[in-house]
Design a protein around this ligand. Structure first.
Ligand SMILES: [Fe+2]
Ligand SMILES: [Fe+2]
Length: 139
């Protein structure tokens, strides 16, 4: 396992990112208009709920490692969008970014950090599902 301080920093970066993801999805769900607005908004709210749960899991893993979970929000991930296509493009990019960060955490954890490793693997699976779904909604 990588140096604990470095790992905690990465986990807190991921947590700040999850905070932003939840806000971003909920905001996009609130502002979307157009023929499919309601259906898409409902799905965006469900994704926001997944992001909230990722944050909960990360906080538990951070305290288990002896760290303090951040309350910061990754401001760079708060990207406004209004139309369906803008919303899909923004979130596809953001999901890819999240997956990259989580993969780098997996590499830093290594197999000996079993619970943490599995938690991050589960989160990656969710982010990949989000990505697939957003991709399917694209015109
Ligand atoms: Fe997430
Ligand atoms: Fe996601």
């Amino acid at each position: 396992m990588a140096n604990k301080e470095k790992l905690l920093k990465m986990l807190n970066d991921a947590l700040a990112q999850e905070h932003a993801c939840q806000i971003r999805y909920l905001t996009h769900a609130a502002v979307i208009t157009g023929p499919y607005a309601e259906a898409v908004a409902n799905r965006l709210k469900e994704i926001a709920e997944d992001e909230k749960n990722h944050a909960i899991q990360l906080r538990d893993r951070i305290t288990a490692l002896g760290g303090t979970p951040t309350m910061e929000i990754a401001k760079g991930d708060l990207i406004p969008a209004e139309t369906l296509n803008e919303i899909l493009l923004v979130n596809l990019k953001e999901e890819e970014k999240a997956i990259r960060l989580y993969r780098s955490i997996l590499r830093a954890v290594g197999r000996e950090g079993e619970i943490l490793y599995e938690t991050v693997e589960d989160i990656i699976k969710d982010e990949q599902e989000h990505k697939e779904e957003l991709d399917r909604l694209k015109e």
